[in-house]
Write a protein that binds this ligand. Structure first.
Ligand SMILES: Nc1nc2c(ncn2[C@@H]2O[C@H](COP(=O)(O)OP(=O)(O)OP(=O)(O)O)[C@@H](O)[C@H]2O)c(=O)[nH]1
Ligand SMILES: [Mg+2]
Length: 339
């Protein structure tokens, strides 16, 4: 791709062309080093204009089968009915097993995927770190440039990926099942702490009572979970049924209230700036790792040293030092010497 076509891509994205957007996300997710540069150029071309209306970035997280995809379909439909262009980034869990079933999650969002104001992008789980796609931040930034006002990110499962995704969104939504109260479905306290909004989904039919009980239990435990530095927003617990589409309007109201409140008091802006600093370091580490691994001298030496370490002939620390020395040259000793 030439510089010109990077510019074409940028223009297409600015005009909200879906094909340009899809192509750009593919470029951004590419693991080829030469694509990395083009992707960086594209992000730069888009950021220079710098007058994007920030999108509200929302993570939708929760245990498998909690109804995240069904909920996103309903919530997305509510958002587009309010005139809000809505984008969804999802990691298709089935692609881990089948090696790339892209249809999985789209079929769970049948109405939204057909809506002209919506854009759904499933990423294969293979390209992920934890449950977050490798380039989720970058994809969100493209979607923002394309004028989407709401970005919903569905994350897989519960675990370390939650902390990671919470570090790149404005608002973290935890979707739980009606029986969550007792053992909290293995949800760690740390994940509960991340949530600005907790939804008890499947509050319908035979689950109604259990859902209400769970809601009051979680509500009661929330003050204990509150982080002292975040006094500006009190986490909410809402009952919803994605299937029956009850409570969805209230969820959308809450998202918009969060956006208004946290924009007005400047907390959202602060959060984004902190996240941007984290993003910078992430890119630096990622770039260093890639460069290191692409260095032919490193590859050669690593090819010799690793088997020796495996055979127990060479210590891991000694081997690592030798590799770092090759990459950094004399600067390595100087640098280490400074500490
Ligand atoms: N009764 C009831 N069932 C629901 C509701 N929402 C989702 N389901 C059902 O729960 C199952 C899982 O829904 P999904 O939306 O695929 O759940 P998910 O959390 O996205 O699942 P993974 O992505 O696999 O982790 C499906 O069979 C849905 O039909 C709801 O509000 N009520
Ligand atoms: Mg899902």
């Amino acid at each position: 791709m030439s510089i010109d076509s990077t510019n074409d891509l940028a223009t297409g994205i600015r005009q909200g062309e879906r094909r340009a957007l899809a192509k750009a996300i593919t470029l951004i997710e590419s693991v080829k080093p030469e694509d990395d540069r083009k992707a960086a150029a594209l992000l730069e071309a888009l950021s220079r204009k710098g007058e994007d209306q920030p999108a509200l970035r929302v993570a939708i997280s929760g245990p498998p089968g909690a109804g995240k995809s069904t909920l996103i379909d309903a919530l997305g439909m509510e958002a587009v009915s309010r005139g809000l262009r809505t984008a969804v980034l999802t990691i298709d869990p089935s692609s881990k097993r089948s090696g790339g079933s892209i249809l999985g999650d789209k079929t769970r969002m049948p109405r939204l995927s057909a809506h002209p104001l919506a854009f759904i992008r499933p990423s294969a789980a293979g390209a992920t770190l934890g449950g977050v796609a490798r380039r989720t931040r970058e994809s969100m930034s493209l979607l923002e440039s394309a004028g989407y006002g709401l970005i919903l990110v569905e994350t897989v499962g519960v675990g370390q990926s939650e902390t990671e995704v919470a570090g790149m969104v404005d608002l973290f939504v935890l979707v739980l099942l009606p029986n969550a109260g007792d053992e909290l479905q293995g949800i760690k306290r740390g994940i509960m702490e991340l949530a600005e909004l907790i939804l008890i989904n499947k509050s319908d039919g035979v689950f109604t009572q259990a859902a209400e009980l769970t809601r009051s239990q979680i509500q009661a435990s929330l003050p204990l979970l509150r982080r002292p530095e975040e006094q500006t927003w009190t986490p909410r617990v809402l009952l919803v049924s994605a299937m029956e589409e009850s409570g969805i309007g209230a969820v959308m109201d809450t998202l918009q209230e969060f956006q208004h409140t946290m924009t007005a008091n400047g907390v959202l802006e602060d959060k984004r700036r902190r996240q941007a600093a984290g993003w910078m370091w992430e890119r630096v580490y990622d770039g260093l790792r890639q460069r290191f691994l692409a260095d032919p001298a490193i590859r050669k030496l690593a090819g010799e040293l690793e088997p020796q370490v495996r055979r127990g002939e060479l210590g891991a620390v000694t081997a690592a030092e030798r590799l770092l020395k090759v990459h950094c040259g004399n600067g390595y000793d100087n640098h280490v010497g400074n500490h």
